[in-house]
Design a protein around this ligand. Structure first.
Ligand SMILES: Nc1ncnc2c1ncn2[C@@H]1O[C@H](COP(=O)(O)OP(=O)(O)O)[C@@H](O)[C@H]1O
Ligand SMILES: [Mg+2]
Ligand SMILES: [Zn+2]
Length: 511
C-alpha cells in the first residue's frame, strides 16, 4: 500500500519541493527513511509514531518505508514531521488521496500530535507557489507568514488530527481569519532629540544612514556611543516591500517570526561573547542564519568591538565585501544574504581615557597597542566612517537645548536615498556604500576644485586605494544630502575628515 505527499526542503533560504512516498508492507514493524534525509529529518522519525497514535489514528504494525525524492539532493528542513505522518496515513488508507496532490505540507509535530510553530514556513510557501500547487497546510502559528505569498490557499491547522479531518473533508480551518496584526513601526521610545551636543557624531550618523555606510565610533566611556547607535533605526529610510520580504524570509528560517511581514529595518546588537556561527550562521542539523544575516537591509551594531572574538570578526569580511555569508558544510556550501550597515563602538584603550584632555590614561603603551591590534586591519579597512568621539563637557551635558528630532533627519535621509536610487537605477545597487570602486569613480562627478583636494589628500595623507574609493563614496553621499549634482570642495573635505585615524605604530613606520 502506497501514499504520496508533497513536502518542502529548506536549504539556506531556498525552498525546494520534495515528494514523500510511503509504503506499508510485509515485515516486522519498523520505519525506514530513504533518500538522503538530513539530521533534522532523521529526528522526525522518533516523533511521528507517537504523534499518530496520540491523534486517534493507527500506526501500521508492519514494515514502513518512507522515501524522499528527488534522490540526489540532501533534504534539510524542520517541517518534515507532518508530511511523513501523512504519507504513512495515506499508505495505510486512513486518509483519502484526493487533496494530497494539491497541497504542500509542513510542520513539526509534538508527541501529542499538535502542530507546533516551525521555522522556514515562508520559503515553504514560496516553493509551493513556484511548484504551482493550490496551497499549503501549515501550523497555525505560521499562518501569517505563509499568507504573504499571493494566490496561495493557506490552511492553518492546530494538529495532525485536524489535518486528517481536512483531507477527509470533515474539518475546515475557521472561516474567520484573525485580523491582520498592525505592521510594527520603528520604535518611538527613543529619538535623536535626546542626544545633546555631539554635532560631529550626529552628522556622521546621518551620513551613515543616507548612504548605507559603515561607521566606527571611538571614544571614552559615557561619550554616548551606545546611545547614538541605538537611535540610528529612527532615521533610516523605510524598506521597500521587496526588501521587507527578503528580511522576513531570513527571520522565518531563523524561527524568529511572530507574525507576518517584518516591515521595520532590523537592528541587531549581539553581545560580544557571540561565537562565529552565531554571528555568521551555522548550527548542527538545520542551518540557521546568523546575526549578520538577521541584520540584512538593517543595522548590525557591535558594541565594544575590541571584545569580540577574533574569528567572528574575521568572518565579517566576506559579507562586508559582497553582502552575503557562505557557510561551508560537509553536504555543500549554503548561502545567506547579509547586506547590513555595520555600526561599531570602541574605547580608545582598555581604561578608556587615552587622548582625553581631562583624564589620564593609565594603560601601559604595549597594552594599548595590543588592544587596538585585536581589531584586524582588513575589517577596519571596510569601514567608511571613522569617528573620534570626545566626552561631553559638564556644561553640554547639563544644557537643556534639545537636539534635532529624528523625523527631521530622516526626511533628509529619504531625499538623499531617492537621489541614489535614481542615479543607480539599472544597477543591482541601491545606495552609495554598495557601489564597487570603479562605479564609485564613475558616479562621483567632482568639481575641479574637489578633484584637486582629493589628489592632494592622496599625496599628503597617504590614502590607500580602498581609502580613496571610500572617501569618494562618502563624499557622494554628502553631496546627495546637500542635493548637489556634483561633489564640491566642502563635501570632499568633510568626507576626508572621516578617514581612518592611522595608529601611532603606522605613523612610526612612515616617519
Ligand atoms: N550626548 C549625550 N546627550 C545626552 N546624554 C548623554 C550623551 N552622552 C552620554 N549621555 C548619557 O550617558 C549615558 C551613557 O552613554 P553611553 O551611550 O552608554 O556611552 P558610551 O556607549 O559611549 O559608553 C547615556 O545613557 C546618557 O544618559
Ligand atoms: Mg557603550
Ligand atoms: Zn587607557
Amino acid at each position: 500500500m502506497y501514499g504520496r505527499v508533497f513536502a518542502v526542503a529548506v536549504v539556506g533560504i531556498q525552498g525546494r519541493l520534495i515528494t514523500v512516498e510511503a509504503h506499508v508492507g510485509r515485515g516486522l514493524p519498523a520505519l525506514t527513511l530513504a533518500g538522503l534525509p538530513g539530521v533534522a529529518i532523521q529526528d522526525a522519525r522518533e516523533r511521528v509514531r507517537p504523534a499518530v497514535e496520540s491523534s486517534g489514528l493507527t500506526w501500521p504494525l508492519r514494515r514502513v518505508v518512507v522515501n524522499l525524492s528527488p534522490a540526489g539532493i540532501r533534504k534539510e528542513g524542520p517541517g518534515f514531521d507532518l508530511p511523513i505522518a501523512l504519507g504513512v496515513l495515506a499508505a495505510s488508507a486512513q486518509v483519502p488521496a484526493t487533496l494530497l496532490g494539491s497541497y504542500a505540507f509542513a510542520g513539526e509535530l509534538s508527541l501529542k500530535g499538535e502542530l507546533v510553530a516551525t521555522a522556514g514556513i515562508l520559503p515553504v510557501a514560496m516553493a509551493a507557489a513556484a511548484g504551482r500547487l493550490k496551497g499549503v497546510v501549515v501550523p497555525e502559528g505560521n499562518a501569517a507568514e505563509a499568507a504573504l505569498v499571493e494566490g496561495l490557499d493557506v490552511v492553518a491547522a492546530p494538529s495532525l488530527a485536524a489535518v486528517a479531518g481536512f483531507l477527509r473533508r470533515s474539518w475546515s480551518p475557521s472561516a474567520e481569519r484573525p485580523p491582520p496584526r498592525p505592521e510594527p513601526q520603528p520604535s518611538r521610545d527613543v529619538d535623536l532629540a535626546e542626544v545633546r551636543g555631539q554635532g560631529m557624531a550626529r552628522r556622521a550618523l546621518e551620513i551613515a544612514a543616507a548612504g548605507g555606510h559603515n561607521l566606527l565610533m571611538v571614544g571614552p566611556p559615557g561619550a554616548g556611543k551606545t546611545m547614538l547607535a541605538r537611535r540610528l533605526p529612527t532615521i533610516l529610510p523605510a524598506m521597500t516591500r521587496q526588501e521587507a520580504l527578503e528580511v522576513t524570509r531570513l527571520h522565518s528560517v531563523a524561527g524568529l517570526l511572530s507574525g507576518g511581514l517584518v516591515a521595520v529595518r532590523p537592528f541587531r546588537s549581539p553581545h560580544h561573547s557571540i561565537s562565529a556561527p552565531g554571528l555568521l550562521g551555522g548550527g548542527s542539523g538545520f542551518l540557521r542564519p546568523g546575526e549578520a544575516s538577521l541584520a540584512h537591509h538593517g543595522v548590525l551594531f557591535l558594541d565594544e568591538l575590541n571584545e569580540f572574538r577574533r574569528d567572528a570578526l574575521e568572518g565579517l569580511r566576506q559579507p562586508l565585501e559582497d553582502g552575503r555569508v557562505i557557510v561551508a558544510r560537509a553536504s555543500g556550501a549554503v548561502e545567506f544574504p547579509a547586506r547590513f550597515a555595520l555600526v561599531a563602538a570602541s574605547n580608545p584603550c582598555p581604561c578608556g581615557f587615552e587622548g582625553d584632555p581631562q583624564r589620564m590614561c593609565r594603560c601601559l603603551p604595549n597594552r594599548v597597542l595590543a588592544y587596538r591590534q585585536r581589531l584586524s586591519g582588513p575589517l577596519l579597512d571596510r569601514i567608511d566612517l571613522h569617528l573620534a568621539m570626545p566626552r561631553l563637557s559638564r556644561a553640554e551635558l547639563l544644557g537643556t537645548e534639545p537636539g534635532e528630532p529624528s523625523a527631521a533627519v530622516r526626511s533628509r535621509v529619504e531625499h538623499a536615498r531617492a537621489r541614489q536610487r535614481s542615479s543607480l537605477s539599472g544597477t543591482p545597487w541601491t545606495c552609495n556604500a554598495q557601489m564597487p570602486g570603479a562605479l564609485a569613480r564613475q558616479h562621483a562627478r567632482l568639481t575641479d576644485a574637489a578633484e584637486a583636494v582629493l589628489s592632494l589628500a592622496v599625496e599628503s595623507l597617504l590614502l590607500s586605494g580602498r581609502g580613496f574609493d571610500r572617501a569618494l563614496k562618502v563624499a557622494r553621499t554628502i553631496a546627495d544630502l546637500a542635493g548637489e549634482e556634483r561633489i564640491q570642495v566642502e563635501h570632499m573635505q568633510e568626507a576626508l575628515s572621516y578617514r581612518a585615524v592611522p595608529s601611532s605604530e603606522e605613523l612610526d613606520h612612515t616617519g
